[in-house]
Design a protein. Structure first.
Length: 673
């Protein structure tokens, strides 16, 4: 997987530390909660309706993997009983589940605690020579990417010690690359101490250091629920309250807080970015680069990151006092930079994530413009915030710049969101018609239609996709391709997620936070995007071209299938009275598949291929990315990162060239008629 420079950029309510499993829980889980919650999840799931031998086998392996994803704690011999469980262990787990007992998982916890003690012993003198660690970090090589997880564990304690050191070196190297310079001896020491502190905080969540019995039981129950839920398929999952809150922010593009992005650095917790329009931005008192040293009078310099986040979170209109350290730079003598300490009082309020919604740009072409819209996800929040409304506004803004001769809809980094928003966004480009059909475990089907009879844009359209375009983004890309409304350009295929999840995350009354796969979706052609994704009409290589990205590479994905097409829309899902209304007001303006762009594809492909093959810049960038440099590995990483950015840009330019060909060919066809 393409890995970006190691960042812990955290929106106030967010933590990727395992401590988020405990943070901000309104109620604590017990073992008695596990079976009822799983029964609820089973009742929704499209395929799995009870705990089976298969799901138990998966869950035990997942339980090991969620603690030790890098295979740097356990020896191979220790994991064997759990990644390849025998019939007796599986039977015990199934019987225990019915009695609200989880003895096998508790045994695994004991194994985890033993592994932690051993790792701490192995680390005791491993990082004493800080400078040598950073010299060694420059030489680290990639781990074997193709080896199966269960076969990746060290076989001896000496191999384990090497793995422990290797994992640390990757962190050290990432810190050096992030700072874009060689670190001083003092900074190297700080980085090592930060790494060891982060490890300890994470490990303490398994040794239950400083946690009472109620918290201990909660953490154990939560981890069991996580492993059981994930065993059903690759997208079913159980979340802590903190994790659910973070996901809700992403789906709704807003939250209550102070509006800063934090980064845990070796010098402390730094304000990496101030979110426009939030309380911190409006105060004009906080600067990017300030360090938080206290919250409401509490010194935070020794606290775990998740504890700091908990202190900063709070309800709307409540006040918070931040103690800040600001570095006053001396441009002539950096070593003489001064520190200034400030106390700032803020009132928490609504923060809207505008920068994660839509980006708009354009360029002149002929007597008009080519519009470019980047849609980052499919979201719906308070006060009318939604993908549909933002896209409508983007089209209106572009129209004010000039006549839109052609449009690029960039979904390359769009991983999905609300299904309802995907339907509405696709509906902007067709008049009336089926966008997507969902099918559930009892074979019930639900049809989602565009009903407004309007087309907000019906000119030349390129949908730009990548292997990272997923779920709702694939519904839009496949639907517009089905109707012939767009030419899809990008890497060979999209991600391949064609399943539907029910989630309790945006339900404020929910006490159990999960998402569960309830069905599959199919676009108007009857195709599912599951596994296969959306095939590009014109392949234009991008940053993920050589990466193993997609549903097919996940554990336990649903299988592909298809249904009959619904271009003619029989209205069979509607009752008689509803059918009468639809036949009068909907059917007459039903969108018909258009073959205009499909007929042009041979020439469009030929022209694009010629440009790519004869572009020295494009070929050089593709060569650079093909080196597959992992950003944790080598000094060339910065060069690689720059190449990825440039490749994104040049791929976008080729999409524009294809769009120009479409416009010119359309004009030529019109002249001949």
């Amino acid at each position: 997987m393409l890995i970006r420079l190691f960042k812990l950029l955290i929106i106030i309510s967010f933590t990727i530390n395992s401590a988020s499993l405990l943070a901000n829980e309104e109620r604590k889980l017990t073992f008695d909660d596990i079976s009822p919650i799983m029964e609820q999840i089973f009742s929704y799931h499209v395929d799995q309706k009870d705990l089976s031998e298969l799901t138990v086998k998966r869950a035990l392996k997942i339980y090991i993997k969620q603690f030790d994803p890098a295979a740097s704690y356990f020896l191979a011999s220790e994991t064997l009983p759990y990644v390849h469980p025998k019939a007796e262990m599986i039977s015990t787990t199934l019987t225990d589940f019915q009695e609200d007992k989880f003895s096998v998982f508790e045994e695994t916890n004991a194994l985890i605690q033993t592994a932690i003690e051993r790792n701490r012993r192995l680390r005791e003198n491993l990082f004493n020579n800080y400078h040598q660690c950073f010299e060694d970090a420059k030489q680290i090589e990639a781990l074997d990417k193709d080896i199966a997880y269960e076969d990746s564990f060290p076989r001896t304690e000496e191999e384990l010690k090497e793995r422990v050191y290797d994992q640390a070196l990757r962190f050290f190297r990432a810190q050096s690359l992030k700072n874009k310079r060689e670190l001083t001896s003092e900074e190297e020491e700080k980085v090592v101490k930060l790494y060891l502190r982060k490890l300890k905080n994470s490990e303490d969540m398994y040794t239950f250091t400083n946690f009472n019995k109620r918290e201990h039981t909660h953490l154990s129950s939560l981890r069991i629920l996580k492993s059981l839920a994930k065993s059903l398929d690759s997208h079913t999952a159980f979340f802590s309250s903190a994790e659910a809150y973070n996901m809700r922010i992403n789906l709704e593009k807003g939250f209550q807080g102070i509006g800063v992005v934090l980064e845990e650095t070796f010098d402390g917790v730094k304000i990496n970015r101030i979110i426009k329009g939030g309380p911190a931005d409006k105060s004009q008192s906080i600067k990017q680069g300030d360090y938080i040293v206290s919250v409401n009078g509490t010194d935070i310099t020794t606290l775990p990151f998740y504890s700091i986040l908990e202190l900063i979170r709070g309800e709307k209109d409540t006040k918070i006092t931040l103690g800040l350290k600001r570095i006053i730079a001396n441009e002539e003598k950096a070593e003489e930079s001064a520190e200034k300490f400030l106390s700032i009082i803020l009132k928490r309020g609504k923060v809207t994530l505008d920068d994660q919604r839509v980006d708009i740009s354009h360029e002149s072409f002929g007597e008009g413009i080519i519009g470019k819209i980047v849609l980052h996800s499919f979201y719906e929040g308070e006060e009318g915030v939604s993908s549909e409304s933002d896209l409508k506004k983007a089209l209106e803004d572009l129209s004010e710049e000039g006549e839109i001769k052609g449009l690029i809809l960039d979904l390359r980094d769009n991983s999905g969101g609300f299904l309802s928003q995907a339907v509405k966004v696709a509906g902007l480009f067709i008049s009336n018609g089926v966008i997507v059909t969902s099918k559930y475990s009892n074979n019930d089907q639900r049809v989602f239609r565009d009903l407004d009879g309007k087309t907000f844009y019906d000119g030349p359209l390129v949908v730009l996709t990548s292997k990272a375009s997923a779920s709702a983004a694939e519904i839009v890309a496949q639907g517009l391709q089905d109707y012939g409304a767009s030419v899809n350009v990008g890497e060979t295929t999209t991600y391949g997620k064609g399943s539907i999840q029910h989630q309790t995350i945006t339900n404020p009354d929910s006490t159990a936070h999960f998402k569960v796969t309830v069905g599959r979706y199919y676009t108007v052609s009857g195709k599912s995007t599951q596994i296969n994704g959306v095939q590009a009409d014109i392949i234009v290589p991008g940053k993920f071209s050589n990466e193993e990205v997609g549903e097919r590479y996940l554990e336990h994905p649903l299988a592909y299938d298809s249904i009959n097409s619904s271009f003619d829309d029989s209205l069979a899902d509607l009752d008689t009275e509803a059918q009468k209304w639809f036949r009068k007001y909907y059917t007459p303006s039903l969108e018909k598949p258009d073959s205009t762009w499909k007929n042009m594809l041979p020439i469009l492909r030929k022209n694009s291929s010629f440009r790519i093959q004869h572009s020295e810049d494009y070929q050089n960038l593709l060569t650079e990315v093909k080196k597959d440099i992992n950003l944790f590995e080598k000094p060339e990483s910065e060069k690689f990162q720059a190449a990825v950015i440039d490749l994104d840009d040049i791929q976008g330019k080729e999409a524009v060239n294809i769009l120009k060909d479409m416009i010119l060919m359309q004009n030529k066809t019109a002249l001949h008629h």
